[in-house]
Design a protein around this ligand. Structure first.
Ligand code: GTP
Ligand code: SAM
Ligand code: SF4
Ligand code: SF4
Length: 334
């Protein structure tokens, strides 16, 4: 029997997040600069290499696989990869195959995702206003995303909306977004903006809207009850008693979920980041390419997991660069 992946703090690693591309058809202001330089295609893991890497992790006890990016659905032939993972769902080794997407390609791929065994997807959407959407994503078009969400629901996929809370940007839309989701039976999670990337002159500290304040706003209209349940992810949930709606809050700066952290991340070039909020990483592409022997790759994975830190190092209170992670969110896929 293979030993499960345990980190130095005895946390079992069951959740793998894989960024399949650094490219994106949007340029969200908190994520990328307008003139992002992307990696040469030859540096990316091939779909076959991604398959081998993910399959090795699944053999080592990973039960949940989330595909992210950049925008995962702009990678050519990505459905081939999703379909190749279906065998692990069929065998029961993989419990969940899922994706985090900006929604732009969903109208095209929703049914294929459902056919591959995907049940739930997360769609990132910060505003329901067309003009504001164009501003925040720079290149995105809202109607295309809304069409994608409709297609996902029509294909039977459960949709969760990820909404980054931004002061002075979507504060005024809080109740519109909440009721829009309630009407469509779409789950909703708010995310605090994180200090990542060196993104031009964007002022992430000025955009910071604490979810504590956002919750305070909700309390003006609803009775908000804390729920004890956890999804195995960083979100904490509340219920709005008047509508019965469940809303998630992800406050990456609090350490409240680090102690039960179950995840690691792979970039599209095969680096493993054992913590979203730390720079430390190891290379898995070299061992992947060096030999067909999976034992070699497994040993490299175990060595990397052996370096997983206890928690993150984000800090808004430090004004200097050492309080931020300089890598872009699109590099590790959030
Ligand atoms: N600090 C921190 N933030 C995380 C972590 N995982 C996810 N997040 C944040 O949560 C955001 C949403 O993540 P998603 O890709 O939707 O996945 P999720 O919320 O973990 O997924 P489910 O719980 O399966 O729905 C990410 O973009 C990050 O901002 C984590 O391990 N640490
Ligand atoms: C990097 S994107 C990758 C997947 C896909 N392109 C999407 O947007 O859903 C994953 C998530 O990271 C979030 N994100 C990006 N930059 C962020 C930041 N600086 N702070 C908080 N969340 C961020 C996005 O809102 C999105 O929900
Ligand atoms: S948040 Fe997602 S959609 Fe927006 S620029 Fe980053 S990778 Fe692209
Ligand atoms: S910040 Fe790091 S340790 Fe904490 S939950 Fe996220 S990945 Fe895990």
């Amino acid at each position: 029997m293979t030993q499960p992946l345990l980190d130095p703090f005895d946390r079992a690693i069951r959740y793998l997040r894989v960024s399949v591309t650094d490219r994106c058809d949007f340029r969200c202001v908190y994520c990328m600069s307008e003139n992002m330089q992307f990696l040469p295609k030859k540096d990316l893991l091939t779909l076959e290499e991604l398959d081998r890497l993910c399959s090795t992790f699944i053999g080592l006890g990973v039960e949940k696989l989330r595909i992210t990016g950049g925008e995962p659905l702009v990678r050519r032939d990505i459905m081939t990869f999703f379909r190749s993972m279906t065998r692990h769902l069929d065998s029961g080794a993989l419990k969940e195959l899922t994706v985090t997407t900006n929604g732009s390609q969903l109208a095209k791929y929703a049914q294929d995702l459902a056919d591959a065994g995907v049940k739930r997807i997360n769609v990132s959407l910060d505003t329901l206003d067309e003009k504001k959407f164009a501003d925040i994503t720079r290149w995105g078009r809202l109607p295309q995303v809304l069409k994608g969400i409709d297609a996902a629901q029509a294909a039977g996929l459960r949709v969760k909306l990820n909404c980054v809370a931004l002061k002075g940007f979507n504060e005024d839309e809080l109740f519109d977004i909440q009721s829009w989701c309630a009407e469509r039976d779409i789950d909703l999670t708010f995310i605090e903006v994180m200090p990542m990337g060196d993104i031009g002159n964007e002022d992430r500290l000025g955009q910071y809207w604490s979810l504590r304040d956002l919750r305070g706003e909700l309390e003006k209209n609803f009775t908000v009850t804390d729920l004890a349940e956890r999804s195995g992810g960083p979100a904490r949930y509340v219920r709005l008693e008047e509508t019965g709606q469940k809303i998630g809050f992800i406050t990456p700066l609090s350490h409240n979920f680090c102690e039960s952290c179950n995840r690691v991340r792979i970039t599209c070039t095969g680096e493993i980041y054992t913590c979203l909020g730390q720079e430390g990483h190891s290379d898995l592409r070299a061992p992947l390419r060096a030999s067909d022997d999976d034992a070699h790759l497994e040993a490299a994975i175990r060595r990397a997991i052996g370096l997983k830190p206890k928690g993150h190092d984000f800090d808004y209170s430090r004004q200097s660069v050492d309080g931020r992670v300089s890598r872009h969110m699109s590099h590790t896929g959030g």
